[in-house]
Write a protein that binds this ligand. Structure first.
Ligand SMILES: Cc1ncc(COP(=O)(O)O)c(C=O)c1O
Length: 412
């Protein structure tokens, strides 16, 4: 069973003190802390193997290429992809979603086409689609969210039609922690020959994810939210769909050959997948760090991570639910939720709460969390968000609840 006290020993940041108190890091939905195994792997790459990839014949170039390519393999296995060709490295989830929008969207959408998006989604899975709609003349349609924070599945079904070309849905809400039934939506989308895009930024780090089980065409996620470094993200692109994509950013690395003749002009032959979708020199050390993060999570086991977070969630909801003056949001049932608790304290703005909790050494996030339409649907002007990960403890959840109890006592 996952022992968070053992796990914590791997994370140097968690030994820090903030304002004279032990750091209680509950801002994991924003970014996770990094274990020393990941930090060491990055250091080792730069000290021993640093060279560019796919270009050189020398030893270091071969070592770097081998590490970079095997990082794709590691990630492919982690998410159940068929092989490395379905794994494109990007900078983050935002760039991965943008890549689908600009590569697939611009090539495939026309006036009269419709995209189905949800009001639960992060801005990163809404804004690129709106931009592509502006250029192509396609129309976005939005699925609503219930007061409890559940996706309106029957509303979604009603929006689907022969005009639907794409459905884009967040797997786990970064505000509510709600786990959406992606497979059910993918099946509906595919019945209408639409492409299924999944934002996995908050699912891949926290629950077992298998792209074949989800039946999605694209899945986007970020390395930095799953123990890896910043600046490396992933786009899973199902092979048959990915093969149809020409790069929307072209240049070094994306081509097999570029030739010029006065008769034909410039002729380009794109590289094979996934390299043709990774323009320029990639984030090599980031890829190495991400592969190490994946190995770390695999050793612990994603089901263990999921059930550990569920315990923290259950305890947190119970403790906060007992306090007068705390409003907690999201479905009552824990069944389809991950370790995220959004809440507000009466008489204080979310930002004030986050500042006060910081005095206790507790790191939480406040505001709209890049999901303003969701907050508007729920009639909220922002929330405080406590988000857990594998290294958080029940004791830390108690520290949060105790600090809130004290704060409420002072406000009254
Ligand atoms: C659900 C969701 N989607 C997308 C993103 C964007 O991730 P990134 O900033 O790593 O691109 C986030 C980040 O918070 C998120 O939670």
């Amino acid at each position: 069973m996952l022992d968070p006290y053992e796990v914590r020993k791997d994370f140097p940041t968690l030994a820090r003190r903030v304002h004279g108190r032990p750091l209680v890091y509950l801002d994991n939905a924003a970014t996770s802390q990094k274990p020393k195994q990941v930090l060491d792997a990055i250091m080792e790459f730069y000290t021993m193997h640093n060279a560019n990839v796919h270009r050189g014949a020398h030893t270091l170039a071969n070592e770097a290429t081998e590490l970079y390519e095997s990082a794709h393999d590691e990630v492919a296995k982690f998410i159940g992809a068929r092989d490395y060709r379905e794994v494109v490295f990007t900078r983050n989830t935002t760039e991965s979603l943008g890549l689908i929008a600009y590569a697939w969207g611009l090539q495939n959408l026309n006036p009269g086409d419709e995209l189905i998006l949800t009001l639960m989604d992060h801005h990163s899975n809404i804004l690129p689609w709106l931009q592509v709609c502006k250029v192509t003349g396609a129309k976005p349609r939005f699925v609503k969210v219930s007061g409890e924070g559940m996706l309106d599945y029957s509303g979604l079904e009603k929006l689907l039609s022969e005009r639907t070309r794409l459905v884009a849905v967040v797997h786990v809400s970064n505000v509510l922690g709600v786990v959406n039934d992606v497979r059910r939506i993918a099946r509906l989308a595919h019945k209408h020959d639409a492409i299924m895009v999944v934002d996995g930024a908050q699912s891949v780090p926290h629950i077992p994810v298998d792209v074949k089980e989800l039946e999605c065409d694209f899945l986007a996620f970020s390395g930095h939210k799953m123990l890896g470094p910043t600046g490396i993200g992933v786009l899973y692109a199902k092979l048959d769909v990915a093969e149809s994509l020409a790069p929307h950013e072209a240049g070094g690395g994306t081509i097999r050959s570029v030739s010029f003749s006065p008769q034909a002009g410039v002729e380009v032959e794109w590289s094979e997948l996934p390299w043709r979708l990774e323009p320029g020199t990639p984030n090599l050390a980031g890829a190495v760090g991400l592969a190490e993060a994946v190995r770390y999570l695999k050793r612990i086991g994603m089901s263990e991570v999921e059930s550990h977070e569920k315990k923290l969630l259950e305890h947190g909801l119970k403790r906060l639910g007992e306090l007068d003056g705390v409003e907690v949001y999201g479905p009552r049932s824990l069944e389809a939720r991950t370790g995220i608790i959004p809440f507000n304290l009466s008489g204080l703005s979310p930002h004030e709460v986050a500042l006060i909790l910081d005095e206790y050494g507790i790191a939480v996030r406040s505001g709209y969390h890049c999901a303003q339409p969701l907050h508007e649907q729920l009639g909220l002007k922002g929330t405080v968000r406590a988000s857990f990960y594998l290294y958080n403890t029940i004791e830390e959840v108690d520290m949060l609840a105790d600090a809130i109890t004290e704060v409420l006592g002072e406000v009254r």
